[in-house]
Design a protein around this ligand. Sequence first.
Ligand code: SAM
Ligand code: DTB
Ligand code: SF4
Length: 333
Amino acid sequence: MSSMRPVRNDWSREEIEALYQQPFLDLVFEAQRVHREHFAANTIQVSTLLSIKTGKCPEDCKYCSQSAHYDSQLEAEKRIAVEKVIQEAKEALESGSSRFCMGAAWRNPHERDMPYVLEMVREVKALGLETCMTLGMLNQSQAERLKDAGLDYYNHNLDTSREYYANIISTRSFDDRLNTLEHVRNAGMKVCSGGIVGLGEDTQDRIGLLHELATLPIHPESVPINMLVPIEGTPLADVEKLDVTEWIRTIAVARIIMPTSYIRLSAGRESLSDSDQALAFMAGANSLFSGEKLLTTPNAGEGKDRQLFQKLGLVAEKAKPTVQELSVDAMAV
Ligand code: SAM
Ligand code: DTB
Ligand code: SF4
């Protein structure tokens, strides 16, 4: 049996390119081998997403339905009530999710929004769910307050390579994103960071994105690999569809170079067949978003996912028991 190799943060671009360009089946085979060194086979972490503030975002991300810069026909919504969030979180827990991820279309949270998000974190956490938020850029103090309230993960993607980045977003820089990730890390939260493929980028950009992620001082614990969901009215509405094998290659390389991270099948599952998704799991993806909706676009509903899991013999990772449940268990012993 081969011995487990150490986790590395010193990958060179050439090494990553060589992994990416090898024959597809060799790549997927190697990714599954690495996967089984670090994770239980056939087990998938399931998160549910909820948009807590939708649309009218001041940022100009060219792929996004929520940017105020484009006319995507999206109906904007103000901050939704905390009670509504809790109700949705309870439903997510009942349907088998172990993590609840709350997203807001902000450049960054304003100070006036902090009590709102902190209360939400406390209450979702108390249900026994892992908590995740994606609210745009964070300063150090905001990151610390979120951590203290019980936020487990913060999602902030690099999106694409440093070189391609300016073609996609002009209102915040690549370094702004790295700074937010540093604040999240310093605060002691887990990092969820990945990107999107299918933006019109080339192979070198996908390699560049993977290189940035794998050479962070600590790998993100969760790495979402989104496939562009084209949104009418945005500048990327008509970009040529990327071949699905390129997405699978990106996932497989992420699995090999960040062997202890959860690799997340994110946006884009709606356009994939069950066998495409099975191949992504084979390539080492081991988490996904379940539920009828991502933030603003449709997602494979719970029923469809249950069928997929059954068909492939996959099991969802369990949510941690609540403090209340733990004390009941303790009393039973
Ligand atoms: N507004 C926050 C931010 O961008 O920092 C958080 C929410 S934003 C919607 C989270 C991520 O979703 C983006 O970084 C991008 O990777 C992904 N995303 C957004 N729109 C997408 C689309 N149309 N297709 C695929 N991925 C998308
Ligand atoms: C991530 O990387 N993908 C999720 C989550 N993080 C917040 C969002 C996907 C959004 C897809 C487009 C939409 O539904 O608006
Ligand atoms: Fe705003 Fe996030 Fe959409 Fe960019 S991706 S426009 S920051 S909601």
